[in-house]
Ligand binder design. Structure first.
Ligand code: GSH
Length: 225
């Protein structure tokens, strides 16, 4: 198999690239990374020296890529699906890249911050409130942006929606969208119904038992008590 994705099924940034791979509909192999296992960690660090997931190896073109947005741009260019994930026209592409950055930096980052605070050995969760407040501000920006077309940058599903789905999926378990953000809630429902996204989330079901906020997941993903 030419494309090999090194990933973990619970990791939100891995979900982002998996969604893109399913949208493009290109065959790939996956290697499950277990950072707690010495052998798996060593193999992974040889591919992704900073230890960040996911990483993509393309044997056919002899390229190794990390950083999700770069991986998706690469796939979209060299293994394009029927619809482009990053539009050709510069202004449209810039808009997609802007919202891709927005979801990575201002949704995924504070979301991960809240989750990692839960794992602090002293149990203090000192910075969780700050990160939740940042998430709330991001929700307000998204609410304002939505309204033209079904997707974040308009009528076409794009790389930015690949970034939005995993960030919002986990963020909603930490800070619900609330009744003041109806467009965000409707966008989130559309994302969950998108076949590529539903597939990625369904594949993660066996792993959701390890998610610290599993009790707040949508019912169909919640592990049995
Ligand atoms: N900016 C990176 C972020 C990747 C990232 O933070 N991945 C997480 C998993 S969701 C990770 O590798 N965590 C392990 C670690 O930081 O040690 C990207 O877009 O690829």
């Amino acid at each position: 198999m030419t494309l090999v994705l090194h990933q973990h099924p619970l990791a939100s940034f891995c979900h982002k690239v998996l969604i893109a791979l399913y949208e493009i509909d290109v065959p790939f192999e996956r290697v499950l990374v277990n950072l707690g296992d010495e052998a798996s960690r060593t193999t992974f660090l040889a591919v992704s020296p900073l230890g960040k997931m996911p990483a993509l190896r393309d044997e056919a073109r002899d390229r190794t890529l990390f950083e999700t947005s770069i991986i998706i741009e690469y796939l979209d260019r060299y293994y394009p699906g029927s619809e482009r994930l990053v539009p050709e026209a510069f202004d449209d592409a810039l808009n997609v890249r802007l919202w891709d950055r927005f979801f990575d930096l201002y949704v995924q980052e504070p979301m991960q911050q809240v989750v990692s605070e839960r794992m602090r050995p002293d149990g203090s969760e000192a910075r969780a409130d700050e990160a939740r407040a940042a998430l709330g501000r991001s929700y307000d920006v998204i609410e304002k942006k939505l309204g033209v077309g079904d997707w974040i940058s308009g009528d076409s599903f794009s790389m930015a929606d690949c970034a939005a789905a995993p960030g919002l999926f986990y963020a909603e378990t930490l800070l619900p969208f609330g009744s003041s953000r109806p467009k965000l809630a409707a966008y989130y429902s559309r994302l969950l119904q998108r076949p590529s996204i539903a597939r990625v989330l369904d594949e993660a079901i066996p792993f959701f038992q390890y998610y610290p906020y599993r009790e707040n997941l949508p019912v169909r993903f919640r592990p049995e008590a």
